[in-house]
Design a protein around this ligand. Structure first.
Ligand SMILES: [Zn+2]
Length: 118
């Protein structure tokens, strides 16, 4: 299975999808539903979502652990922060941790594409 390429110029449908995701997270405060929708859209398994960071991680707002397929969010407040959640979802989508510089840049661009105002 090949993963969809990141698009910097989304179509109207994608724009509506992105708006819906942001709304689910920040306004409706349903981050798990947002993850389910994201996973369906990109045709990947849904990641698990936990509050708190795994052992050894102290500073991150969130992190993704590949072997557990789990997104960790440092505390409740960031659970409703679309940037943090979508950024970590990108790591799940690409199945990689956040140590690589290029990956971090792409995760950032991916998350920002959802938050860009029209
Ligand atoms: Zn990251």
């Amino acid at each position: 299975m090949s993963l969809p390429a990141f698009k910097s110029n989304p179509t109207l449908d994608e724009r509506q999808f992105q708006d819906r995701i942001v709304q689910l997270i920040s306004i409706e405060k349903r981050p798990e539903d947002a993850l389910e929708l994201l996973s369906k859209h990109y045709r990947v398994e849904m990641p698990a979502l936990r509050i708190g960071l795994p052992r050894g991680e102290k500073r991150a707002l969130g992190c993704y652990v590949h072997r557990e397929k789990t997104i960790y969010i440092s505390n409740q407040e960031y659970l409703y922060d679309p940037y943090v959640l979508i950024h970590e979802f990108y790591h799940h989508l690409r199945n990689v941790g956040g140590k690589h510089r290029g990956t971090e840049r792409h995760a950032k661009e991916f998350a920002l594409s959802f938050l860009r105002t029209p």
